[in-house]
Design a binder for this molecule. Structure first.
Ligand code: C2E
Ligand code: MG
Ligand code: MG
Ligand code: MG
Length: 277
């Protein structure tokens, strides 16, 4: 009996593994199709000056616009996109689209209130995409200066073994593109790591919204190094007030605004809609 049960368990386990594998393969091929058909869209979340409520920039966040399943969040497909390498052509689309949108904003808005667009990039885009040339070409094609663009890299890239990527980032930063470290605080980057890398901005991970001591420490570290700090995941007035008290001038989060489509973002910049209701 025991032997029979074991065998059944083993079969169930195999069926489960097989199912998961098939699901992943299906996801990958659907994603491949989406990349070729351009079935993505970008949402733009304001990065807000907490004292004036004005947006200084917008983070471009990718969504998969699936023909039957509707809009799918990046958590559901980024891992497969990374593994399969599809994140490289997808990332190219994201960059072009974000710059196309920011170019429209810049054509419409007065000089004093032109926001930058902040684009998430993954390590694979550097290794497989001649990234520096791609960014320069995309900027030229969109017709915006490098100051209109910020690139967000995960703090994980501050760990060793990514020197080639940082060489590329140094070139882009000299060119005028802003460089932000995303998920700041999750990997305990040392002050030395931060100091020797070409970085302008750190984005405090939204996972720390409840940890006053940690936020205070990260803000102090960033300010000591002369970096601009953005706090993510600002969901409550109390959190916003705390950030202002700690000297963190910029925030992003549902309290300030959800991610918007490009047209809504422009209306808010034009002052048709208040950023904080
Ligand atoms: P991230 O770069 O840290 O982006 C912030 C995420 O937090 C976004 O999720 C945003 O919608 C969400 N968020 C905004 N405000 C709040 C808040 O007040 N509370 C909470 N709990 N969450 C908030 P989203 O859009 O689902 O993106 C998830 C992650 O996917 C991003 O995290 C980023 O790492 C990645 N990602 C997004 N777009 C791209 C892309 O174009 N390329 C690459 N490589 N990765 C991307
Ligand atoms: Mg980001
Ligand atoms: Mg982040
Ligand atoms: Mg994050």
């Amino acid at each position: 009996v025991a032997k029979g049960a074991g065998k059944n368990q083993w079969r169930r386990y195999q069926a489960h593994l097989h199912g998961a594998m098939v699901e992943r393969l299906e996801l990958r091929s659907a994603l491949d199709h989406a990349v070729h058909e351009g079935h993505f869209l970008l949402a733009y979340q304001p990065i807000v000056d907490l004292t004036t409520d004005e947006a200084v920039g917008f983070e471009a966040l990718v969504r998969w616009h699936h023909p039957t399943r509707g809009v799918i969040a990046p958590a559901e497909f980024l891992e497969v996109a990374e593994e399969s390498g599809l994140v490289v052509p997808m990332g190219r689309w994201v960059l072009d689209q974000a710059l196309h949108t920011v170019a429209q904003w810049w054509r419409t808005l007065p000089r004093s209130r032109r926001p930058y667009v902040s684009v998430n990039v993954s390590a694979r885009q550097f290794r497989e995409g001649n990234f520096v040339e791609q960014v320069k070409q995309s900027l030229a094609y969109a017709g915006v200066p490098p100051q209109a663009l910020m690139l967000e890299l995960s703090e994980a890239l501050l760990d060793g073994g990514h020197d080639a990527i940082w060489d590329d980032l140094a070139v882009l930063r000299d060119f005028g593109v802003g460089i932000a470290v995303d998920d700041f605080g999750t990997r305990h980057a040392s002050p030395g790591d931060l100091r020797r890398r070409p970085v302008d901005v750190v984005k405090i991970d939204k996972g720390f919204a409840d940890d006053t001591t940690l936020i205070a420490g990260l803000v102090t570290l960033a300010r000591t190094l002369g970096l601009t700090v953005i706090a993510e995941g600002v969901e409550s007035p109390a959190h916003r007030d705390l950030l202002i008290r700690l000297g963190c001038p910029l925030g992003q989060g549902y309290l300030l605004s959800s991610p918007l489509d490009g047209t809504e973002a422009l209306s808010r910049m034009s002052g048709h809609l208040p950023l904080v209701a």
